[in-house]
Design a protein around this ligand. Structure first.
Ligand SMILES: [Zn+2]
Length: 343
């Protein structure tokens, strides 16, 4: 752990509001108020001569994020970078709106997903299929960003924010093949997007996030191992906030992922054995039911007692059905021999 980089005091101005949370080292979480719910998805503003925002949340509630940025004193000319950990709409859907509001900002994203921000038609189409009516009520459509404002990054690329603050992009596939983690070297904080899982305030267990279409178990485990090698001082989840201590959270994430995957794997082959060898499509239901039953006690009994909306929030972010579908797809592709190394 080192001193906060020089010249990176958090911006001042405006009054404190529940949508803005200031952490140390010039890190400010802005609640995107996704789905009108608090503490679902955070955008993290990193103070520096060239400030960066990590994640912006979906397009639909983007006014809340923009209001949060205004509240902490960001002028339209100020933002230098919008860094997206991956292009799922709950993280990147509002990127076009942020790019329009901050004309100097470069949008930083894995080179694997970059083209879909310039032409988001496929992204919007597949999200509409996955989310159904939630596409319109919760997420909203991603708007295109000019190609020259998008920087596709590879593993190890560094953004210099000035004042000694540098962000290293770590290619960390698994949750999705276009996922990057962000290592803030000066403060030794890692922003892990969805690659570590989801832990909303009040939850006692971290939940893996294994959605379709390209969840990859081995890649996800390798990404967790990379974070552990770095032994960061701090670890910030997109959903939601810092987890402490970071290395214990990373160990827990690995344990939880292995447990969810092995439970799902056993259920998947059980379902296949019932029907013969060819998948029928009912395997996902059986896997989801099994996961629900296996993790019923801990699916957050304490969280539910505290907050009746919690299940809804958790289902939105990393629902059992979505996790089951992603895991089943992974097992199928593994059996077909169509998996690549990362997706
Ligand atoms: Zn997410």
């Amino acid at each position: 752990m080192s001193e906060p980089p020089a010249g990176t005091e958090p911006p001042t101005g405006g009054s404190a509001s529940p949508r803005v949370h200031r952490y140390e080292d010039g890190i400010v979480a802005i609640d995107t108020l996704t789905g009108g719910m608090t503490e679902v998805t955070a955008g993290y503003l990193l103070a520096a001569p060239r400030p960066a925002l990590i994640e912006c949340g979906p397009a639909k509630p983007i006014e809340h994020l923009l209001a949060g940025l205004d509240e902490v004193g960001m002028d339209p000319d100020d933002l230098a970078y919008l860094v997206l950990t991956h292009i799922h709409l709950d993280h990147a859907g509002g990127a076009g709106d942020v790019a329009a509001a901050f004309p100097n900002a470069t949008v930083v994203v894995s080179e694997v997903g970059a083209r879909h921000l310039h032409d988001p038609s496929r992204l919007n189409r597949s999200a509409r299929q996955v989310y159904g009516e939630l596409f319109d009520t919760i997420y909203g459509a991603c708007t295109p960003i000019e190609a020259e404002r998008i920087r596709g990054v590879a593993d190890g690329d560094v953004l210099d924010l000035g004042g000694g603050r540098e962000l290293e992009l770590l290619y960390t596939p698994g949750h999705a093949k276009h996922h990057v983690g962000v290592h803030d070297h000066g403060t030794d904080a890692i922003f892990s997007g969805d690659s570590v899982g989801v832990k909303l305030p009040g939850m006692t267990h971290l939940r893996p996030a294994t959605p379709p279409a390209d969840f990859h178990l081995d890649a996800a485990l390798a990404s967790l191992a990379r974070y552990r090698e770095r032994s960061p001082e701090r670890l910030y989840l997109a959903h939601y906030g810092p987890v402490d201590p970071p290395n214990e959270a990373l160990a827990e994430a690995e344990d939880r992922l292995r447990l969810w995957a092995s439970t799902a794997e056993a259920a998947y082959y059980e379902a296949l054995a019932e029907v013969g060898t060819a998948p029928t499509g009912t395997e996902i239901d059986h896997v989801a039911e099994t996961l629900r039953r296996r993790f019923a006690d801990e699916i957050d009994a304490d969280l539910v007692a505290d907050d009746p909306d919690a299940v809804q929030r958790l289902e939105l972010l990393s629902g059992v059905d979505s996790n089951a579908a992603g895991l089943v797809r992974y097992f199928q592709r593994r059996d077909e021999g169509t998996l690549t190394e990362v997706g």
